[in-house]
Design a protein around this ligand. Sequence first.
Ligand code: CS2
Ligand code: MG
Length: 401
Amino acid sequence: MRIVSARVIVTCPGRNFVTLKIVTSSGLTGVGDATLNGREMAVVAYLREHVVPALIGRDPARIEDTWQFLYRGAYWRRGPVTMTAVAAVDTALWDIKGKVAGLPVYQLLGGRSRSGVLVYGHASGPDIAGVLDSVSTLVASGYQAVRVQSGIPGLSSVYGVSSDPVYEPASSALPATSVWSTTRYLGYIPTVFEAVRASFGPSLRLLHDAHHRLSPVEAAQLGKALEAYGLTWLEDPVPAEDQSAYRLLRRHTTTPLAVGEVFNSVWDCLGLISEHLIDYIRTSVVHAGGITHLRRIFDLAALYQVRSGSHGASDLSPVCMAAALHVDVAIPNFGLQEYMPHTPETDAVFPHGYRFADGYLHPSEEPGLGVDIDEELAARYPYRPAALPVNRLEDGTLHDW
Ligand code: CS2
Ligand code: MG
């Protein structure tokens, strides 16, 4: 069997998604997610110009060799654009291998380690009352773990907080500006968690995402202030380029830490994992080199008792979610999976067999990944440029997010 063609499909059923579909000489096909929020067309060009031509004629069974060819074989390697393109190829080849074997991909990864994949949902509101309503809705739908984000008095908008049930930070063609104050945030967030814990009791798992906005000592203060509320994790407290910041944080708080949604390779995670500086590694199939490389990262993490907590925002397509669930159900050190349901339009473009029940997601039992793209329907939703916002302090200084 040979690869005879590979199509890069861009569609916007409410938001942009990039999908690679590999076609083999036997007629079997495989799909991989290649979506990089706000930088979609960079991955499209990387795939179309530099990857697809080199795939034609290759044996689709040689997943590892193809991964090494695209990563090790490239002089300019790593980085989000490259690794998203590599991920799309890798994911599609695992899909094909599953179809050839007649098995769901998780069986090829060693079979089940658990009956389902525990997910966390997203609660947010403009203030404490709104947050409590939002958490109630999730708990009533069966969620056992909830990420809590809140509006902050004095700030007109906060990233990740929206009255719209569909979470979509990338909206305008050019980056919108949001205004941030760490002082206002640090003063309010512990009161939100105090109220949520008091209303929902000790067993609901609670998480919070600081979106890389704090300095090391501010993050240490927040971690300490949240200790009383028993979080499952505090995510991305500081920009992770300065990984030594985590040494400082660890000296001051036992609130568990989760990092890695913007990481692309095992090299990005190595220090944080091997120094026991984090508790959950949030790398994803689509942004960390596909199933092959994500598995490598999670195996490293297992050596240091770090568990998986893969990114699963709605800008990662159902193809990525399908693939993530096969990994999640198979690995020994699974922690939690992020889950934001996609819109009905997106679900229709990507027919899939995974399902949610009682706080868990369950992978498809079909051979391969159990997800596809309806190309005719996809063509009805042309690409629309959409950028993520930028964040400025109240005096106008550009800030991290
Ligand atoms: C967030 C995401 O889900 C998360 O934890 O950090 O909303 C992230 O900002 C987006 O996926 C970026 O594309
Ligand atoms: Mg995050």
